[in-house]
Design a protein around this ligand. Structure first.
Ligand SMILES: NC(=O)c1ccc[n+]([C@@H]2O[C@H](COP(=O)([O-])OP(=O)(O)OC[C@H]3O[C@@H](n4cnc5c(N)ncnc54)[C@H](OP(=O)(O)O)[C@@H]3O)[C@@H](O)[C@H]2O)c1
Length: 252
């Protein structure tokens, strides 16, 4: 599609059409929210490259010739640069990576905080740097923040500050990478396995409590979140925002 601006005619990605024949890179694991994003993008006709620390497991997670798996560790710049070189051009990049540092203040240590920040903030910055010139105008980068950034709670200091940084990062990158669009998604609580550490009873009680209090009266599903990612990828006027898909949890 050719767009006639005030000064120039530019070739821009016709993202409103669909994801048909577009290439979408989804970074993360082969399950949870990342998987729902992959399946949603495939349903819209995109070719998907999934990338993460276990390429074999990723490959096995999708029996689909439209999904190819690549190795990537976002804390290792060489792997980020190598993947960018190999893929050459990608229309949309989605980073779901996370290594959360949970715990109360007295339980936190420097190593886990740095790992969390390195994974969810510095990693996506290096991903943005490597892919910036390979995403066409109007294409997108979607990052992940999280509800803890918008509703501080005891025991979630590390998670809140990391997700808060990811929220700011989306706005800064939207300016730096324009006219590539950059947004973040902030999920509320979704049962992807990350709450299993609470134990079966603890998880049930936690979910019941959230369900009873939040305005949506439910726990999120991976498809709720994937729908928001698709919207961020395909709405050509959306950039520099964090979409809070959290059932209104921060209002409670
Ligand atoms: N589920 C929720 O309730 C919830 C709530 C708020 C925010 N979020 C956010 O939503 C996103 C997806 O969440 P999720 O629950 O589906 O799964 P998740 O477990 O948070 O997924 C993140 C994945 O990132 C991968 N990863 C970690 N370090 C990496 C690295 N250095 N390089 C490449 N990959 C790396 C890990 O996969 P491997 O171990 O396979 O490498 C990990 O499973 C995350 O950003 C999460 O923080 C989720």
């Amino acid at each position: 599609m050719v767009v006639e601006g005030q000064w120039e005619k530019r070739e821009v990605l016709d993202v409103t059409a669909s994801l048909e024949d577009r290439t979408v890179l989804v970074v993360g694991r082969g399950s949870g929210i990342a998987r729902a994003v992959v399946l949603a993008a495939r349903a819209q006709g995109a070719r998907v490259v999934v990338a993460g620390r276990d390429a074999e497991a990723l490959e096995a997670a999708y029996e689909d010739s439209g999904v190819t798996a690549e190795y990537l560790d976002v804390t290792d710049d060489a792997t980020v640069e190598e993947l960018a070189r190999r893929l050459e051009r990608v229309d949309h990049v989605v980073s779901t990576v996370s290594a959360r540092a949970r715990g109360r203040l007295e339980e936190l240590d420097r190593a886990s905080l740095l790992r969390s920040f390195d994974t969810k903030v510095v990693g996506p910055i290096m991903l943005a740097k490597a892919f910036a010139g390979r995403i066409p105008d109007g294409g997108s980068l979607t990052l992940f923040s999280g509800v803890a950034a918008f509703k501080p709670a005891v025991g979630y200091l590390g998670v809140a500050t990391t997700n808060g940084a990811a929220d700011f990062l989306a706005r800064s990158l939207a300016l730096e990478m324009a006219p590539v669009r950059v947004n973040a998604i902030s999920p509320g609580v979704v049962d992807t396995g990350i709450w299993d550490s609470l134990g079966e009873d603890g998880k049930r009680a936690y979910f019941e409590n959230l369900r009873a209090r939040n305005p949506a009266r439910r726990i999120g599903s991976v498809d709720d979140i994937a729908g928001a990612v698709l919207f961020a990828m395909t709405n050509p006027f959306l950039t520099g925002v964090t979409l809070r898909v959290d059932g209104g949890e921060p209002l409670t």
